[in-house]
Design a protein around this ligand. Structure first.
Ligand code: HEM
Length: 534
């Protein structure tokens, strides 16, 4: 055999490399000419390799580039890697995420594990996820959220502190970085509400006067932790073994003292909230314990989760909850500052609202609802595809989008960036137009009286808008913290506009919000400033 091979190679020295080359080319030829999805348009080179997609993900431009190609080829399906298809069709949301619990999360979610610990978010195994998610679900009940929004509740007191600090910046004539202030509020709300102890984001630098350079330059101390995780999501599409290798290399090489200090500080915080629930019973501490038992970490322990895992899950929720809510809140406030008409109209609605109605639920105010919805549409906390894998089970046997069959085992996903900026559903897709959410002007009224102000949504209403909104994902694996996030958004926007802090010439220093479109979107330079021209 060896002899025969030698004879062929010496007789035809070209054959060996040529044959080898041919063998190597087979998968590429197959992908180009024979693959099931060969008729679906693709981004350049994506039929052959996933490298372009990794590059887009790394650079944080996945959303805008995929949108460009969806529009260019006028297609609802777009090949983004040999086995991966981007879907830009609200009708497909039901099949992918909702029906029968939706398609399972794909392997990329393993890259969001917390070292050895699988979080509620990163779990692919739904039984594992359900056990934990069910244990903590009662924490998000509307009655509990409303109670926490009272003046002395965790949400109510944090929002009041936030407005006070905003006002202090205004009175001192100093620029306020709303990304930082929103991050401080969000981390306090998530930790105080879920873990029973505020991280102290709003208070940690409050002893400096707002005029001082220290106060203006100091950012939330948990930022380096949050930003390190957000930035690592640029690698989230890599195979898990490559991701792990990169991660361990980077942690070994990283000498960033700031990041290390923040990780240690968060570990100390988590250990403290864990010890709050683990304290031995004593009659004096009984009342406190009873209420401590209703927090996130305690509920996980009660469900049989180990203390080490409960601590890791608690740390994960700080990240999952705080950063996304801060990005969304900062987006809403930024647009409200830039749009005096919308702000005036909201102020009018808030002033005219009956106190008891608002106390029950600020979400009952129609224009406020439209403002928050429009902010959630534009705010790109999770701009990219929420990836799932089409099940191989014969009952599913793939699924159809716009009459085109997508085969089992394909990675598919819809992205907020595409659905929220579809010009057919949201004309002027990048503009902040809360009025688009009203079919007609008469819907915006207080009692019998219509709200004044130019209708900022004239002609922009489309009946299919709600179907295209996925800021919190969809189906069983949608955001478990949605109710908490919305409560914070409504309470804060209401309180801040009501305080009139945004009046008297407030303007944004940056002209627009620029995002890094990683899995967790990041506002570039982590900064958006507001000042007042008098
Ligand atoms: C405005 C703020 C928020 C936005 C825009 C947001 C967005 C999302 C999205 C899009 C998903 C689905 C991800 C996917 O399918 O891959 C998700 C899942 C999740 N979110 Fe949020 N989120 C927000 C706030 C929160 C808060 C406050 C918490 C907790 C306190 C939280 C905890 C989670 C968890 C645990 C999951 C995973 C659920 C599962 O896989 O079963 N989020 N979020």
């Amino acid at each position: 055999m060896v002899q025969a091979w030698r004879t062929i190679s010496t007789a035809n020295p070209i054959i060996t490399p040529a044959v080898l080359l041919l063998i190597l080319l087979i998968p590429f030829v197959y992908r180009l000419y024979f693959a099931h999805h060969r008729h679906i348009p693709a981004i350049p080179l994506a039929r052959l390799t996933s490298l372009p997609l990794h590059a887009l993900c790394y650079l944080g431009i996945e959303g805008r580039v995929l949108r460009h190609y969806h529009l260019k080829y006028n297609t609802k399906l777009l090949i983004v890697a040999p086995n991966s298809v981007s879907v830009s069709d609200p009708a497909a949301v039901r099949d992918i995420y909702i029906t029968a619990g939706g398609f399972p999360k794909d392997d990329r979610y393993r890259n969001f594990n917390l070292g050895p610990v699988v979080s509620i978010f990163s779990a692919i195994d739904t039984e594992y996820r359900d056990k934990r998610a069910k244990a903590v679900a009662p924490l998000f009940a509307p009655s509990r959220l409303r109670a926490a929004s009272e003046k002395d509740g965790v949400i109510g007191s944090s929002v009041a502190e936030f407005v006070d600090q905003f006002r202090a910046f205004k009175q001192a004539g100093v620029k306020v970085d709303i990304v930082d202030l929103c991050a401080r509020l969000s981390i306090d709300v998530v930790t105080g509400y879920l873990l029973g102890e505020k991280y102290g984001g709003l208070s940690e630098h409050a002893h400096f006067s707002v005029e001082s350079r220290e106060r203006q330059e100091m950012k939330l101390s948990a930022n380096p932790f949050i930003m390190a995780i957000v930035a690592f999501s640029r690698f989230s599409l890599l195979p898990n073994w490559v991701f792990k290798l990169l991660y361990s290399l980077s942690t070994r090489l990283s000498k960033n003292e700031e990041v290390i200090t923040t990780f240690v500080k968060l570990d100390q915080f988590t250990n403290r909230v864990m010890s709050n629930v683990a304290r031995p019973p004593s009659s004096a501490a009984k009342a406190r314990e009873e209420s401590a038992a209703s927090f996130y970490q305690a509920r996980l322990l009660q469900a049989g989760i180990s203390p080490a895992e409960a601590a890791a899950q608690s740390k994960a929720i700080v990240f999952a909850g705080a950063d996304s809510t801060a990005v969304m809140l900062a987006t809403i406030l930024f647009h409200l500052v830039q749009n005096p008409n919308a702000r005036g109209r909201l102020l009018q609605e808030i002033r005219g609202s009956k106190e008891n109605v608002v106390a029950q639920d600020p979400q009952s105010l129609p224009y406020l609802r439209a403002v928050v919805k429009e902010g959630l549409r534009l705010g790109m906390a999770n701009p990219t595809r929420l990836t799932r894998v089409v099940p191989a089970s014969s009952s599913a046997a793939g699924f159809n989008v716009d009459g085109v069959h997508v085969s089992p085992r394909t990675v598919v996903g819809c992205a907020a960036y595409m659905l929220h900026h579809d010009p057919d559903v949201f004309p002027e897709p990048f503009a902040f137009r809360p009025g688009r959410w009203f079919q007609n002007e008469k819907e915006v009224h207080i009692g019998e009286k219509s709200l004044d102000g130019a209708n900022d949504g004239e002609g922009l209403y489309r009946p299919e808008m709600d179907r295209s909104m996925v800021p919190f994902g969809a189906g069983l694996r949608a955001c478990i913290g949605k109710a908490l996030a919305q409560q914070q958004l409504y309470e804060t926007v209401f309180a801040l506009v009501h305080s009139e802090v945004l009046e008297d010439g407030a303007r944004t220093v940056q002209q627009r919000i620029e995002m890094k479109e990683w899995f967790n979107g990041e506002i570039k330079w982590h900064k958006l400033e507001v000042d007042w021209v008098r």
